[in-house]
Structures are given as structure tokens and as C-alpha cells.
Write a protein that binds this ligand. Structure first.
Ligand code: HEM
Length: 497
């Protein structure tokens, strides 16, 4: 036992010396400023000891150290971007140099697997090809129009479910999540994955597996902080993720096989979903599996969490809800909300933008990596450093936003700022090469679901909590979600035709 303790002390001593040397003798000059790192631990104590979640802690640190700040996670340097000026430099001026991906140790399976990943590869030829296909065929305006009827059908199922729950307290999260999953399932391979109406939930097991994978992917991992541990997979996270991935592939194998048969029999001449497009463009099974997973993974939780935040802000701000209802009543009266008529509703659009400014559901985006050394705002970002963009801090930067913590959609009626990647003070979907490819679909779904719920139902908070006291704590796990989940009592407001 004594020997073990002595070896442990010796190891800690050695690592401390290495760390001190590493921080002091960093070969890189002119790095961005940041809090002083501890030997061995870097800035981990400041982050893990903080009472606030990481996105808020980083935002607070950035107030002292600036919009471009360097943090050390153990031995790993991370550049954090927290304001508009730095975001514009990273996502526009140096977009090419800074659009590589850092692959977390938790998911770093093999070079080949990562090179054909839409999410984790650098911007290589394969990535460009898939992104082009998504833009021009899968989420093109034409395809989104073809699928509009199905989206509306899925929303009617959500309405049926809410009607059946009138007078009861409903956790809106799983209902919205299930609707989003079904919209995605239909956009991807024309299948439902969730029983919304019957309330049975996840019928194929995909939700469970995706959640497990996302949780594994975002679990703090020592190997991410100390590179030399990477090969040992010390927490077994990579092993766990790999096992789940194989199960997910099995889930859609029969769907892909059935579709291949249908195509051989010329039953699907027109491309009606993502699977048709991928098969028509000769993608193989492994590539199709990857693209499916990388659609459901980033696309499901982020979308449903956004809608839960929109509903929460509306409930907490009755005058905003009333104004939105006036806009919807004028447009739709006693008819149901339809996607094609949602394009010119400025207040609805302002409510969604304002919610995404305050509650970006992927607050750190996905980790970028410098593929070459570059100079940003006079500081050096060396090749292979990670760059994390804090959309939460950017959206609440007092330099860019008056009264940054106040929910006031009206601010967007007076400005042309939007989230499409041209205004760097509002980047809930990112910007530049890595901007979210699912944005066109997400921005069809969100207004359709939110406005239907607002137009057709009154919503009450269970108990006697006044609206302005609705708890709005944030929890950062897979996405940035409301804690506790939003529970409301629906009451039919109007019967629509
Ligand atoms: C409100 C909903 C959504 C939000 C807030 C959101 C946000 C984001 C953000 C911030 C990124 C990272 C950008 C970066 O690293 O610079 C991202 C990437 C991505 N998103 Fe979304 N997203 C949403 C919905 C979707 C949907 C519906 C899909 C698919 C159908 C999707 C697919 C992806 C993919 C594949 C990536 C990785 C792209 C790449 O690395 O090249 N997202 N999203």
C-alpha cells in the first residue's frame, strides 16, 4: 500500500512539474488572455467549482478577460469566443482556418469513421459533398414544400394529444420532442418513430439510444483534458458509445433494405425524402447510417428544447402572448395554422429570434479546431487549438444588446438582425462553413408547432404560480433545456377547420 501511495505522489509531482513547464514555456507567443491556470488542472477548478452552468461561467469569465479568451482544461488549451467582434473574426474572416473540428476523445473511433462524418470531419471533400446534397436536395425549398403536408399532419397529432389531456397537467417536453422526432423521421425515411397521440412514446427505441449517445458524447472525460490518456479510454466512454452506435445502425437496416427493394421495382421515381436522395446518389450503407444518425442526433433535442423555451417565455410574458395571438388571429381566424401562411408574421418571427438569443440550445456550438495558425483580434490562435463559440454569451453581450437579459421581442421589429449567419451578435445556428445544415427544416417546424399550440389552446400553470414566477433555470446536458421541464394545463381555445 505504501508503495502505491509513494508511486501516486511521485506521479502527481511529475505531472505538476510537466504542467508548470507546459504553461510557462508554451512555445506559442501572444496567446489570447485568460484566467491564470493552476498547475496540472489549468482552469478546471474555476469551471467545475462554479455554482453556475459552464456557459454562464464562461460568460462571466469573459467579462473580465474579453471576447477572445484562453482557458486551459487540464493540459488542453481552449479559445473561447464570447462577443460579436470575436465571432465575426472566427466565423467569417478566419472561417476557413477555424472550421476544423476537434473530435472529443469520447467519440474518436477511427480515422476512417471520422473522415466520413458530417459532424466530426474537417471540411474535406466528402463533407462538402454531403453538405451540398443537404442544401440542394434534402432541405431544399422544393423538398420542404413536398413534405409540408406531413409536417402539418404530425402537428395535428400533437393537437389531438393535447385535446385528450385538457384539464390535466402535461409535461410538454416529450410531446413536442415526439412530434419533432416524427417530423424528422418523415423527412429522413418517411416513417414515424414516436407514438404521440396514444402517449406510448418512443416506439422503436431510437430516442433512448440517441439520448444515451449524446450523454456519453458530452460526459466530461479526463482524456479530453490530458491527451496522453486518450489511447486508454480511461472511463470506457468510447467503448460504450461504439456499442450504442452498432445498435442504432440495426434500427434502420430494415427500412433501408425495404426502400432499396421499392426502388428496384421502380416504386419511387420521385425523391420524397432523404433516403431517396442518398440512394439516388449511390451512398453506401455505412454512409447512410452515419448521415441518419447525424441528422437525428443534432436535430431532435435542439429543436424541441427551442420550442419549449419559446412556450415558456410566452407563458411568463402574458402581454407578449396576447400580442402574438392577435397576429395569429388576424392571419388564421378560425382556420388551422398552415406552413405556407407562416412566412409573413413579423411578431412570431421576433418571438422566436428573441427566445433563441436568450436560450441558444447548443450554447457552445460544436468544438471548432484551427486547421492552421491565424491571428484573431491581434492574438495568435495556433494550429490545432480548439475554439468554442459561446452563443449564450454572444446573445447576452451588453455591448450588442440593450437590456440583454430582458425578453423583449419588439427589439427585432426595429432591426433586420436574424440568425441566418450574417449577423454575428445572434448565432444560435452558428455561421460560416459550419452553420447548421438543418436550419431550413428547424425554421419550418418551430413556427408551425409554436403557433398551432398558441392559436388553438389556452395554457395554465398548475398550482397558483403567477406567470412571471415561472422557473426558468437552465440545465446544460445534451442541449440547453429548461429546468424543471415545462408543465402546463391545456384548454381548447378555438375549434379550427
Ligand atoms: C432549433 C434547432 C437547431 C439548432 C438551434 C441547431 C444549432 C446548431 C449549431 C449551433 C450547430 C453547430 C455549428 C458550429 O459548430 O459552428 C449545428 C450543427 C449541426 N446541425 Fe443543427 N441545430 C438545430 C436543428 C438541426 C436539425 C433539424 C438538423 C437536421 C435535420 C441539424 C443538423 C445539424 C448538423 C448535421 C450539424 C453539424 C454540421 C457540421 O458540422 O458541418 N440541426 N446545429
Amino acid at each position: 500500500m505504501d508503495l502505491v501511495v509513494s508511486i501516486l505522489y511521485a506521479l502527481i509531482f511529475l505531472l505538476t512539474i510537466i504542467s508548470i513547464n507546459l504553461f510557462r514555456r508554451s512555445p506559442h507567443k501572444n496567446l489570447p488572455p485568460g484566467p491564470r491556470p493552476w498547475p496540472l488542472l489549468g482552469n478546471l477548478p474555476a469551471i467545475f467549482n462554479s455554482k453556475t452552468p459552464p456557459h454562464v461561467t464562461y460568460a462571466n469569465l469573459a467579462r473580465t478577460h474579453g471576447g477572445l479568451m484562453l482557458l486551459w482544461f487540464g493540459h488542453t488549451p481552449i479559445v473561447v469566443v464570447s462577443n460579436k467582434a470575436a465571432a465575426e473574426e472566427v466565423l467569417k474572416t478566419h472561417d476557413k482556418a477555424l472550421s476544423g473540428r476537434h473530435i472529443p476523445s469520447n467519440l474518436n473511433f477511427s480515422k476512417e469513421a471520422m473522415e466520413t462524418s458530417l459532424v466530426w470531419s474537417d471540411c474535406n471533400d466528402y463533407w462538402k459533398q454531403v453538405r451540398r446534397l443537404l442544401r440542394t436536395e434534402v432541405f431544399s425549398p422544393k423538398m420542404l414544400r413536398i413534405q409540408e403536408g406531413v409536417r402539418e399532419q404530425k402537428v395535428r397529432e400533437l393537437v389531438e394529444f393535447m385535446k385528450s389531456k385538457q384539464g390535466e397537467s402535461v409535461n410538454v417536453r416529450p410531446a413536442i420532442f415526439g412530434t419533432v422526432l416524427n417530423v424528422l423521421g418523415n423527412a429522413v425515411f418517411s416513417k414515424d418513430l414516436y407514438d404521440v397521440v396514444g402517449g406510448k412514446g418512443d416506439v422503436v427505441g431510437l430516442e433512448f439510444l440517441i439520448r444515451e449517445l449524446l450523454v456519453i458524447g458530452s460526459t466530461p472525460n479526463l482524456a479530453n483534458y490530458y491527451q496522453f490518456l486518450d489511447r486508454f479510454d480511461p472511463q470506457g466512454l468510447r467503448k460504450k458509445a461504439f456499442a450504442r452506435l452498432q445498435k442504432v445502425d440495426k434500427l434502420w437496416e430494415p427500412i433501408v433494405e425495404e426502400r432499396k427493394r421499392e426502388r428496384k421495382m421502380n416504386k419511387r421515381e420521385e425523391c420524397k425524402d432523404m433516403l431517396d436522395v442518398l440512394l439516388a446518389n449511390n451512398y453506401n450503407d455505412a454512409e447512410i447510417n452515419n448521415i441518419f444518425l447525424e441528422t437525428f442526433g443534432p436535430g431532435s433535442e435542439s429543436s424541441s428544447a427551442t420550442m419549449e423555451w419559446v412556450m415558456s417565455e410566452l407563458i411568463r410574458n402574458p402581454p407578449v402572448l396576447a400580442r402574438l395571438r392577435r397576429e395569429l388571429d388576424k392571419e388564421f381566424g378560425d382556420s388551422k395554422v398552415t406552413g405556407s401562411r407562416l412566412t409573413n408574421l413579423p411578431y412570431l418571427s421576433a418571438v422566436i429570434k428573441e427566445t433563441m438569443r436568450l436560450h441558444p440550445t447548443i450554447p457552445f456550438m460544436l468544438p471548432h479546431r484551427a486547421v492552421e495558425t491565424c491571428q484573431v483580434l491581434g492574438y495568435t490562435i495556433p494550429k490545432d487549438f480548439q475554439v468554442h463559440l459561446n452563443a449564450y454569451a454572444i446573445g447576452r453581450d451588453p455591448e450588442a444588446w440593450p437590456e440583454p437579459n430582458t425578453f423583449r421581442p419588439e427589439r427585432f421589429l426595429e432591426s433586420d438582425i436574424d440568425y441566418q449567419g450574417n449577423h454575428f451578435e445572434l448565432v444560435p445556428f452558428g455561421a460560416g462553413r459550419r452553420i447548421c445544415p438543418g436550419m431550413p427544416l428547424a425554421m419550418k417546424n418551430t413556427p408551425l408547432i409554436v403557433s398551432t399550440l398558441v392559436h388553438e389552446f389556452d395554457w395554465n400553470i398548475p398550482g397558483d404560480t403567477p406567470p412571471e414566477k415561472l422557473e426558468m433555470n437552465e440545465q446544460l446536458s445534451i442541449a440547453l433545456t429548461k429546468d424543471p421541464p415545462l408543465c402546463l394545463i391545456p384548454k381548447l381555445r378555438r375549434v379550427v377547420s
